[in-house]
Design a protein around this ligand. Sequence first.
Ligand SMILES: Nc1ncnc2c1ncn2[C@@H]1O[C@H](COP(=O)(O)OP(=O)(O)OP(=O)(O)O)[C@@H](O)[C@H]1O
Ligand SMILES: CC(C)(CO)[C@@H](O)C(=O)[O-]
Ligand code: BAL
Length: 289
Amino acid sequence: MTAEIKLGELTVYSGPSEFARVTRALRGTGRQIAFVPTMGALHEGHRELLRRARRIPNAVLVASIFVNPLQFNDSRDLERYPRPLETDLDVCRAERVDLAFTPSTEDVYPPGADTTVQPGRLGELLEGAHRPGHFAGVLTVVAKLFNIVRPDFALFGEKDYQQLTLIKRMVADLNMDTAVIGVPTVREPDGLALSSRNALLSTEDRELAVTLSAALTAGAYAGPHGPDVVRAAARAVADAEPKIDWEYLELTDPDLGPAPDSGPARLLVAAKVGQTRLIDNVPVQLGTG
Ligand SMILES: Nc1ncnc2c1ncn2[C@@H]1O[C@H](COP(=O)(O)OP(=O)(O)OP(=O)(O)O)[C@@H](O)[C@H]1O
Ligand SMILES: CC(C)(CO)[C@@H](O)C(=O)[O-]
Ligand code: BAL
């Protein structure tokens, strides 16, 4: 079988069973597998994940492109989600991806599929409170993808910080044999976190959207003064932009528990800008000043 697998140029698969056989054959040759799961509409954030994965010595680079309906609690969000598959495959070629997995919804969820992975308490906070069922959808598809690909390494962006935290939790709790690597958020020059949904912003909304990262930056700079000042500094920037529908702006510890008085913390935001819901977060060092 491995004789047929060409590495060094992109091969695209859509059948889960066929793809599982390919990855199993590769493992049999002693190669390690580095995996970058995505929903497509690839941008510089995804490219950074692919480049970091490419640098893992002797690894075969696998990317998946699948807009997972199970994690969308809003059907309009699912409908509007961009799907430029051919351009995405060109990006995969440019980043020297070996294997792309592009299943259909029916490939991933054949009739009768009924088993899901449910997050614990962590899945109910923040994003979980605003997108009911979202993280069960994410964990279910990530567990399925991990079973198909069986990666040694899987790379996820810190932009989706709660997702990254929950995936690390799932891997530990369910004894999955994959090292999860978090990659810092890639930003536009003005600070806006890159996101596939940015393509849906009107010109005016794009200008407003920078307020999310501006609020986070104001909070992070206030870190030495302690948690109350961080919250107040971030909130002041957010409140100055009432055209944005702010959903949460919260300071936590790095594991998403209550914020400490000093030491490392995380400041997270979600807001609707026009029709488009965006999230972002930054690390904050508290109470050192
Ligand atoms: N700006 C970014 N920097 C680093 N990683 C990112 C960035 N944006 C997305 N990622 C990561 O890329 C992976 C795939 O994400 P996804 O395909 O959902 O893209 P996205 O830009 O997060 O889209 P959206 O948030 O609009 O759904 C995830 O691990 C995500 O955290
Ligand atoms: C991890 C993921 C690919 C699961 O669908 C998705 O949530 C994403 O792109 O962040
Ligand atoms: N990037 C996280 C996937 C989602 O918003 O559904």
